[in-house]
Design a protein around this ligand. Sequence first.
Ligand SMILES: Cc1ncc(COP(=O)(O)O)c(C=O)c1O
Ligand SMILES: [Zn+2]
Length: 401
Amino acid sequence: MDVEGEALVCIDCGRVHKPGPGVLVCEKCNGLLEVSYPKSVFGNVSFNGTGVWRYSSLLPKVDRIITLNEGNTPLVKAENLGRKIGLRNLYVKFEGANPTGSFKDRGMTVGVSIALKFGQKSVACASTGNTSASMAAYAARAGLKSFVFLPDGYVAAGKLLQAIAHGATIVKVRGNFDDALRILLSHSAELGVYVLNSVNPYRIEGQKTTAFEIWEGLGKTPEFVVYPVGNAANISSGWKGFIELKEAGLANSLPKMVGVQAEGAAPIVKAFLEGRGEIEPVEKPETVATAIRIGRPLSWKKALRAIRDSKGTAVTVSDEEILRAQVELARTEGIFAEPAGAASIAGVLKLSREGYFKGDDTVVAVVTGHGLKDPEVKIMPYAELVIQPDENPVEALRKLL
Ligand SMILES: Cc1ncc(COP(=O)(O)O)c(C=O)c1O
Ligand SMILES: [Zn+2]
C-alpha cells in the first residue's frame, strides 16, 4: 500500500492513521500499528553520518533529535566460538555497547524525539529493566519527566540503578512484566503520559537500524540473524529493516530470522513449533534472564510473521544453557552479555548441535545487553586464590594452572 507522508498502518486491518500523540493502537480493531512511508522514500535512500540517524532517510521526521550517539555497535567476528561449533562465519552484533548498555537506545532516540515533536511533557514505560534505563536517560536529556513500571524484585540491579540515576519515578508492581504493562496501558491516558513501550511504533523504527548496520557491516545480507525474544519487538523491527533494505534496492536477499526464548517464557516458540496462528500466553513466566521473562509478548504477531515469512525458526533454551552461553561468549570472545543477551548465543549453540546451520552460513547473533547490568554471579566457575600480604603466591598459582 502507498501512503501520503508518514502514516501509522494497522498490521491487522490495514486502517491508516494520521500520526499523533494519542495514536498507539488501531482505533478500529486495537491491532498494532506500523510506520509506513510513501513509496517515493525508497527510491531516494542515502546514508550519511554514523549511528542510528545515519539512516534518517528511512526514519520518521522529527523536529529535534535527542541522541546519545547510539548505534554503530561492534559487529565482531566470533572466530573462537565459531571454530568450536563448526561455523566459519559467526558474528556477534554487540548491542551492549550502546550508551545505556542495550539495544533499547536505538528505539528511544526516535521515541523520545517523537514525544517532543508531539509536545509531550512526560513519558512512561513498563519494563523488565532495559527499556526503563534507556527511556530515563533519553527523557533526562530531553527535559521530560519519566515514569517506569517495574516488576518488583525482578529487575537486575544495574538497570534499576540506571533508571534511578536518570531521575525516573519508579512504580514497583507486585506482579510480573505483563501486569506492569497492563496497568500502564490502562491508565496512561488518565496519567497524561506518552507510552514508550514497543507498542509505540516509533520505537521499532529506531530498532530496525540494527539490520541496516549488519547489512552494511558485512557488505551483504547474512543467511541467519538470531535474536533473543521477550516482548518480540526487536526481532520484528529487524525484519522490517531487512525488508526495507530490499525495497530500497540496496539488499538483494533477506535473511532467515531466528527467535530464541527461555524455556519458562516461550509462547512464541511454542506457537511456531506447533504451527498455530495465535500464541497461548504463559501465565507465570520464569527465567533467570529477567529481560525476557515475559508471558504475553505484545508483538507476538509481528514476530511470528517475521519468523515464518523469512523461513527462519524459533528455539527454546534452558536457564542453564543461557548461563553457559554467557560464560562461553565471555571466555572465548571477550564479550560480556547479560543473560537475556546471551540467549541468542545459547540458541546458536543449540541449533548448531542439531545441525541446523551449514558450516559456511553467515550467522549473526544479536547480543542485546551488557553483562554489567546484572552483577549477580550466577553459575560462573572461576579460579581463585586468597593470600596473606606477606605470602608468595607463585607456588599456589602454579597448582591452579
Ligand atoms: C537484553 C534484552 N534482550 C532481549 C530483550 C527482548 O527484546 P524484545 O522484548 O523486543 O523481544 C530485551 C527486552 O527487554 C532485553 O532487555
Ligand atoms: Zn486495525
